[in-house]
Design a protein around this ligand. Sequence first.
Ligand code: OGA
Ligand code: MN
Length: 222
Amino acid sequence: MTQSSTLPPCLLPQARLSELVDALVEQGWFVGEDFIDMPLCAELHQELTAMAARDELDAAGIGRGQAHTLRRDIRGDAIRWLDRKSQAQRRYLDAMAALQKELNLALFLGLFEYEAHFARYPPQAFYQRHLDSFHGRANRVISTVSYLNPDWPSDAGGEMVIFAADDPQREMVRVRPTAGTFACFLSETIPHEVLPTRLPRASIAGWFRRNASLGGLIDPAH
Ligand code: OGA
Ligand code: MN
């Protein structure tokens, strides 16, 4: 067997990885359209839609561990953590593992783990402006979002707004949640929000983590 037939196809555009790394360094965030393999987005979208139809998603909360609470006034999505049980999930997580390697090589971030969940925002749902990680309890280092929606009319809302790290009032970009679009940003410093959506909105949110171990205990993933 030749080597190329044994390797999984790379699902991220190699040529654009340096663009991604440069943007993270210079501005703390990156947004790329047509970044994630389209057939893979379609499979993941189908998987999420089927899980929603079978009522297998959980209302998303805020905070970790004991502090975890449901706050529909803050976020209204329903989620399910990826568990590698489908081929599409494995391909997606393998692509993120490849990205993790690139980020570690280029930025010496010491990323050691990736966690991700499917998210479905029903009509009217939103997620208020927030940070994904807090200084001092820093284990989420880089946030990722992949959008799965095959068509997204311009009046459907549901954009993710990224704000400036040094001025949370200043909008940097509005990201339409169209299939293929990939966003990533520094979890501790980049405020962002999801505007109210008019259509069911499908995405995968994920986080590259650093080991926040204390006394030999590894911080649980979720
Ligand atoms: C999150 C989040 C953004 C999005 O889940 O923390 O900010 O566009 N998601 O889905
Ligand atoms: Mn977030």
